[in-house]
Design a protein around this ligand. Structure first.
Ligand SMILES: Nc1nc2c(ncn2[C@@H]2O[C@H](COP(=O)(O)OP(=O)(O)OP(=O)(O)O)[C@@H](O)[C@H]2O)c(=O)[nH]1
Ligand SMILES: [Mg+2]
Length: 449
């Protein structure tokens, strides 16, 4: 209670940032949160944070991990992530399969009081939530009823990259329609096949726009009837009693799974960072790239910030600024970092216009949360050097980045960006990054004056 009053006071004093870290699966959320904490905790130990004013001006007294008042949520495993990154061998943190939260307190000296560094300070509280990227894609479902969702998914199903994986699922509908099973039993069986279909789309075609997200990353819902539903393919007619059950399950999922998740963890955020892995999207090819673009658009549509949007009823806080971040910039040489940010700027053009109209400040960055490569030059060409996933040292000149969505010819040629393994040790404190200081300045700098 006391803690809540303290938080409320700080929010009142405008020194409480709730940061929503948003991104599709594997976009780099966990790495970003780890890198951010790492830089903040070691800010006064030689961190490269030249663009983070509070550090450059010597006003950051210290940052500390502090207990979060939401005791029911596990703490983000920062220490475990660092252990993995600095282990033997050095590994990336595991893909996230559940929710966690972390709170940092930044103690700083307000501007104008440099002479009284140890006497006068203020605290800024920073709350960050981490969760599986798959879950985020459920948000658009809140604005669709079962019918509309089924229609949307049926249209997507016409695409070859999806259709090729759907045969067993569609066949299970055919055979269950002809079977004597109860509706409950048939729907459970078909839902199992639908889950396999989603997994195949993800694993074999690298698609992201896959719903419901909990089917791919069920967390505590594994095996629960709450997940026994699927979009109805328009090519079949649905028996009425099946339809009733499917609609009921879908509505339950909306009300009891999606809504509480967003209400609890996203509704109060006041700053947002949207992470996009463009390099992996380009490498995955034309269909997968288009799929991610669509997924991102649907997602951003859900995070609408205009006053009249229906989601405003769910979100209680005003989003004050949005950082749009192209991640894993260390996979390309520094002379391509600008192009990486430019490409993201291009791809989000429509959305940025909307934000402009709604008066939501936003800025685009290209960042390496945990820089696993170093830059070099071979025969006058810029290259990146690091260790690949087999532990071999590699020096590569990655594909040049396109300036906008690639043309057919460019897709034919393809894009290649080597996925580097981390190669860190605890002798490197803090771990290297690229431009996290600019993002930090944008996201919280104004609160640290
Ligand atoms: N080179 C490089 N690779 C990165 C960086 N950040 C993330 N990666 C790579 O991207 C993968 C996914 O990053 P995560 O941070 O786990 O992504 P996520 O968004 O948390 O993914 P989910 O938890 O599955 O939703 C990592 O395992 C790394 O291979 C980075 O800054 N540089
Ligand atoms: Mg993660």
């Amino acid at each position: 209670m006391k803690q809540q009053a303290h938080d409320a006071l700080h929010r009142g004093l405008d020194r409480h940032v709730r940061l929503a870290v948003t991104g599709l699966r594997r976009a780099g959320k966990t790495a970003f949160i780890t890198g951010l904490i790492e830089q903040l905790l070691h800010a006064n130990e030689g961190a490269a944070l030249g663009f983070f004013d509070v550090v450059r001006e010597g006003r950051l007294v210290a940052s500390q991990l502090t207990p979060s008042p939401q005791w029911q949520i596990p703490r983000f495993k920062y220490e475990q992530a660092i252990e993995a990154l600095c282990g033997q061998p050095s590994r990336w943190p595991e893909s996230t399969n559940s929710l966690s939260q972390i709170r940092l307190t930044l103690r700083y000296q307000p501007t104008g009081h440099w002479y009284s560094r140890w006497l006068s300070y203020r605290d800024l509280t920073l709350d960050i939530v981490d969760y599986p990227g798959e879950w985020l894609l459920d948000l658009p479902l809140l604005s669709l009823d079962y019918e509309a969702w089924s229609q949307q998914q049926s249209t997507l199903l016409e695409r070859p990259e999806r259709e090729q994986h759907a045969q067993a699922w569609l066949q299970s509908i055919r055979s269950e329609l002809a079977s004597e099973h109860s509706a409950d039993e048939s729907i459970r069986r078909i839902a199992e096949q639908y889950q396999l279909f989603l997994a195949a789309c993800r694993d074999q075609s690298q698609l992201c726009f896959l719903q419901p997200g909990r089917m791919l990353m069920p967390g505590e819902l594994a095996g629960a009837p709450a997940l026994h539903f699927f979009p109805w393919p328009q090519q079949f007619s649905c028996p009425e009693h099946w339809q009733r059950l499917l609609v009921k399950r879908y509505q339950h999922y909306q009300q009891q799974v999606i809504k509480p998740f967003y209400q609890s963890y996203f509704s109060h955020f006041n700053r947002q960072v949207i992470l996009v892995d463009l390099l992996d999207a380009l490498q995955a090819g034309e269909q997968a790239f288009a799929d991610r673009q669509e997924a991102l658009a649907a997602l951003l549509e859900s995070f609408s910030y205009g006053e009249n949007h229906w989601l405003r009823r769910l979100f209680s806080a005003r989003i004050e600024r949005v950082a749009l971040v192209a991640t894993k910039a260390d996979q390309v040489p520094p002379n391509q970092h600008h192009a990486l940010a430019e490409l993201l700027r291009q791809l989000l053009l429509d959305k940025r216009r909307q934000w402009q109209f709604d008066n939501v400040p936003h800025e685009v960055f290209s960042v390496a949360s945990l820089a696993a490569t170093s830059a070099g030059e071979v025969d006058g060409q810029q290259v990146v050097q690091g260790v690949d996933e087999n532990g071999q040292t590699r020096r590569v000149a990655p594909s040049a980045l396109p300036q906008s969505t690639p043309m057919a010819q460019q897709w034919q040629k393809g894009f290649q960006y080597l996925r580097f393994a981390p190669n860190f040790s605890r002798q490197q404190i803090p771990l290297p990054h690229q431009r996290l200081d600019k993002v930090l300045q944008y996201l919280v700098g104004d609160k640290l004056t």
